[in-house]
Design a protein around this ligand. Structure first.
Ligand SMILES: Nc1ncnc2c1ncn2[C@@H]1O[C@H](COP(=O)(O)OP(=O)(O)OP(=O)(O)O)[C@@H](O)[C@H]1O
Length: 265
């Protein structure tokens, strides 16, 4: 079941000559790219190419040395992570970051935090407005859990689920933030073939059913080529190619960059 998309203005993500330097090392070198609303944009490249650095700038963990990031009308450059999250940008992490004993429902509810209006006092006093709001959040959590395939797992401890499902809890928690843009850092890493297929279908559903834009960092080229509408290829911090999956796959610069690490086939 697809949860009701939340009404929102489509926004384009623009990276303009983004540069990040760490003490003499240029991790990102004047990278520009555009993520169209409602598309999956994959960011690929060999190890050390700058993909995580790019994510860390987009989510406010790192500061750009120069260049800018714009999302719709908002300038993200230099904003702290909570301000970026408030603009509707959510991310998942390469490594699981779930509270070990919390149930799936409670883990997903964490994603609703930013959207919680009833104050601490109203909730503590059990005011009807707070109870109504809590019910709405629980309903939405159930909808999203069903959407990602966790409808039957809501009361189970998230940490006791198989690894693939734990990654889906992360994805669900990010969706619970009602993002307009989702940053997915290696969403299928470490999964079985079945789990990869299921997760790829969920990600396609997030784009097609909810209209959420997605930036995807992923080493699994099968998943990238099947899911992505556009691909940007980084190597040593530089953008060396961009286009549709078919275009980048046959680009000699891309094949050259992957030589020795396995061409993106
Ligand atoms: N906080 C940091 N301090 C110093 N150097 C860093 C830092 N973060 C990243 N780097 C360096 O920047 C370069 C790009 O790293 P980054 O992690 O962005 O690459 P990546 O494409 O995500 O690689 P992988 O696919 O292995 O995750 C690397 O040389 C890395 O060592």
């Amino acid at each position: 079941m697809t949860p009701t998309p939340q009404p929102d203005v489509p926004a384009t993500l623009h990276l303009n000559t983004l540069t990040v330097r760490f003490a003499g090392l240029t991790a990102l070198d004047a990278v520009s790219l555009t993520v169209e609303p409602g598309s999956v944009h994959a960011l690929i490249g060999p190890n050390g190419a700058g993909k995580s650095t790019c994510f860390n700038v987009l989510s406010g963990v790192y500061r750009a040395t120069s260049g800018s990031v714009r999302f719709g009308a908002a300038e993200l450059t230099g904003l702290p992570p909570h301000r970026i999250a408030a603009l509707g940008i959510a991310r998942t992490f390469q490594n699981l970051a779930l509270p070990p004993h919390a149930t799936v429902a409670d883990s997903l509810l964490l994603g609703r935090h930013r959207l919680t209006r009833a104050g601490f006092l109203a909730a503590g006093l059990r005011l009807p407005s707070a109870a109504r709001e809590a019910r709405q959040h629980h309903d939405r959590v159930r909808e999203i859990a069903e959407f990602v395939g966790l409808g039957d797992d809501l009361e189970r401890p998230a940490g006791a689920l198989p690894y693939g499902k734990q990654k889906l809890v992360e994805l669900g928690r990010a969706l619970c933030m009602e993002p307009r843009l989702l940053l997915l850092d290696e969403p299928v890493a470490g999964m079985t073939a079945d789990e990869r297929r299921q997760t790829a279908a969920v990600i396609a559903g997030v784009r097609d059913g909810l209209g959420i834009s997605i930036v995807l960092v992923e080493h699994d080229m099968g998943v990238v080529m099947r899911l992505a509408d556009a691909v940007t290829v980084l190597d040593f911090g530089r953008r060396i190619a961009g286009g549709t999956p078919a275009q980048v796959q046959s680009d000699p610069a891309v094949v050259q960059a992957y030589l020795g690490t396995g061409a993106p086939a």
